[in-house]
Design a protein around this ligand. Sequence first.
Ligand code: NAD
Length: 293
Amino acid sequence: MIDKARPEAVIIALPNFLHHPVTMAALKGGAHVLCEKPMAMNCTEAAEMADTACCLNKTLMINFSYRFKTTIIAMEKVIQSGQVGEIYFANTGWLRQNGIPRGVGWFYRKNMAGGGPLIDLGVHRIDLAWYLMGRPKVESVSGATFQKFGPQQLPDYDVEDLAAGFVKFKDGRCMQIAVSWASFCETPEQMWTELYGTDGAAIERNTNGGYQWSVKILKDVAGFRIGGEPSRMPDKTPNSIDHFVDCIMNNTKPGPSAEDGLEVQRILDGLYQSAATGKKVRFDTRPAGATQA
Ligand SMILES: NC(=O)c1ccc[n+]([C@@H]2O[C@H](COP(=O)([O-])OP(=O)(O)OC[C@H]3O[C@@H](n4cnc5c(N)ncnc54)[C@H](O)[C@@H]3O)[C@@H](O)[C@H]2O)c1
């Protein structure tokens, strides 16, 4: 299709192991690319995708679609206003009681997905918290993964079903994350992004175990702890596809850029590496590099 139809832009919504080869083919074929999350299977692939888009002067956007939710845009505005002070700690996660994506066989195979809930669900949560913190540079990560339920349900299951991690940034701030496809969590599905600052906190959670969302801003006023939801959400926000098209038409950089995808991929790689070795992973300054502590 790329060779014959020469599309100006493509959306790549394929299994994770195809994101890199098909993005590379599309960019080299002259197309702008909106690639689904995760950007790639690992940061070596992601770095090559980002470099190629840059060299060929093509738009490469990663579909961190949760950034476009009105609740996240409201949180972003509150944080940028300075009302919650300096954000120094993020607590984020996505736990499912029983949510192994069993209908589609590739999701729970390492050679096609790259991992389990960490690369599938955690990638969104890490991106959101990291983005709302102002995209800090990563210093080190520690992670652990568990495989307690998946193999009992599906014989060829070979990824984690729960992952936990801790990310330290070069400026001293930090983030913790927990994700699962299967666990004894309280509701069928719970998602949260909590940003703690020196003057307050901004907290987004899903409600009733589903896909409705609430945002709460917590502050001290005259010695009282005040917590409330914004009186209204931003009226209309573009979705990620509209934003991709706008960026191409106006020759502007997309919100979740290839560089953002790469940085998030480095965190994922580090967490998996740390889980495999039992050691903290330190990041050097090279874009795709990480070394064990
Ligand atoms: N941004 C989001 O919130 C979000 C939500 C869902 C899925 N995703 C991502 O989108 C991607 C696809 O997920 P999905 O749930 O739609 O998976 P899926 O398995 O349901 O769909 C994948 C599609 O790719 C096609 N395909 C597979 N191999 C192919 C090949 N070699 N050549 C051409 N087509 C091929 C399949 O026929 C299928 O239509 C994943 O990377 C997933 O992480 C992102």
